[in-house]
Design a binder for this molecule. Sequence first.
Ligand code: HPA
Length: 271
Amino acid sequence: MLQAIRESVEYLQKKIGVFEPEVGIVLGTGLGGLVKEIEIEHSIMYSSIPNFPISTLEFHSGKLIFGTLKGKKVVAMQGRLHFYEGYSMQQITFPIRVLKALGIKHLFVSNAAGSLNPEFKKGDLMIINDHINLQPESPLRGINDADLGPRFPDMSQPYNKKLIADGLKVAEEQGIICHQGVYVAVTGPNLETKAEYKYLRIIGGDAVGMSTVPEVIVANHMALPVFAISVLTDEGFPEDLQPFNLDEILETAAVAEPKLTKILSQLISAL
Ligand code: HPA
């Protein structure tokens, strides 16, 4: 793995020269608007980067965007990998390892998720303060490379406390409804049944989605501070469950996206 990371980093450093990103950003489905705020210096197709996994169409058009956001040097992943697409957990999280090796000091992650908490409505934001991993394996399964991180990484506080507090403050100042809560990661790609939404709420979830947790585990393995935030695009309330409608989800994401962009860009500029 170290060798593969080194190869990818060498390739990227040849392309970006002296540019050294301080912040990594992973943008969720339908949540790419933050890229418009970046003064782009380099844009590199995933498909051209050695060892980056490619096979699905979505990822084929994925790019690493290097540039400046509110004075901070950032690298954004436009197009993220999901376990349901068939990648291994190691493949999904490989780009995070590469970003860390390029020098990022913070990781910001966004996603679209379903609300499980009756108080959290469609279109609201939720800063993730903890998670429950119901995906079938950890990205750290297998031989551990001690140069990357410990065999048994601590997960007592996987989301940076100060960034959570700062994010809630920014939201309040901007008049944005933003909760905090527990994100449950499922494999997907099918949505949940009524009984499953009920179960996910009972076990302590506030939101459910199909991403984010693998990246967060790997970031914690490498002691990289994380901020993660969900746009709640639908309501998984079993008593009144509506059939899943992807167009509606994408529309809700598009409407909520500017709020997310405000919070992320404000937090990043204040780092
Ligand atoms: N369940 C799982 N993943 C999701 C959902 C959901 O309700 N909404 C957006 N991603």
